[in-house]
Write a protein that binds this ligand. Sequence first.
Ligand code: 6PG
Length: 467
Amino acid sequence: SKSEVGLIGLGTMGAALALNIAEKGHAISVWNRTGSKTTAFADSAPDSFADRITPTQTLEDLVASLASPRAIILMVPAGDAVDQQIEALVPLLDPEDAIIDAGNANFRDTNRRMRDLTQPFLGIGVSGGEDGARHGPSIMGGGPRKTWDRVATILKDIAAKHDGEPCAEWLGDEGAGHFVKAVHNGIEYADMQLIAEAYGLMRDGLGMGPGDIADAFTRWNEGPLQSYLIEISAKVARATDVETGRPLLEIIEDAAGQKGTGRWTAIEAQHLAAPVPVIEAAVAARNMSARKAQRIELEQIFGRAPNSIPQGALSLDTIEQALICGKILCYSQGFDMLAAASQEFSWSLDLPAIARVWREGCIIRSAMLDDMAEALSKAPNHSLIASPFFADHMRRTHDSLRNMVSTAVRSGAPVPAHAAALAAFDTQRTTRGTANMIQGQRDFFGLHGFARTDDGRSDQHGPWGNT
Ligand code: 6PG
């Protein structure tokens, strides 16, 4: 009998996804460029569902093994490999056969592929790393709704569940799924940076050892910060290097890598004129971290920055509250960016649905996302921080954010993401800002015109000839 679905690409994520699909009762055919990998994969599949996996050695065999109209998931590295795979596959397919790109594609590539291909095409963002792919990822769908509906059962079956509700949803046309995945990753970068800054203050400012830091994260994971990233931060802080017996964090080089999805968020935010300064700060911080040689050189010239924080000047509780505040501001910016994209691309993105899809399975899953889904549905058309629930959270925590940032700044401990969050908050709650000066300057050198505050007339000019 024929398989329900095909999968191309048996790397870490593809293999895990294929096992997940088979385990949930769906017959799947798999193919990998290196045939031996396909054989090894099929041989190692657990007996209980191995009979639902059909290994194939040629693309022709893969296609022939699938029930029509076919659905084929691509899990190959984003970029050229996807185009090459599509090119090889399309001549073998019937017009109604669907291709589903489950990699971390740039949504602009997904838009292009959807436009150029005559086949139905979906771009789905899959989050949760290997473990998520194997046991329940979060799935952000984009493309033609009716194509999504054809594979929705499989995708919902394999997805993570929140109170039984699958974290897999169609979110919009075109590359909307991959766009939402990129914003997820931008938030992921920011969340990770905020946590790293809190860690830095505990390590350098408060002089805490890894065990105490792990304990703090463990405790925080029982409160409003409860999340996968806090949970694993505790585990990372507690881990010991097997070779030396030293705390693992002391062994890990402080230079962060990136595949670039968080960076795309910052780039797209600029295209949309959507302010996401916390995410931008996180991307910049990763870039600075990677320039280790420059940091060594500048420390030699200027001396090392972080000084210890005077006893009593900063409490663990303040760091926790500041982290809560920074996190809320970061997510609020992320959802505002999604709203801007929804408008720009006519996607009608359902923000509460996006928050619900992120509640389980993905890297940024957290207790707070449940509250965010509710807040966004109760106060649509408002920024998250303006919703009653999160406005309350903000009122309780923003003093801590200010205390934390100012103490860190005074001691020379860099907290760029927290500082960006605070500056954005202060900017955004100021009715009368300082851009009147910018407008004055623009009018002075370029006659760009300004609007008047007294009677609202626009395109006004200053008396520059007289100056
Ligand atoms: C996820 C992650 C994942 C991402 C890696 C690497 O949602 O499961 O976002 O898709 O590709 O974590 O990201 P960087 O290499 O850019 O840190």
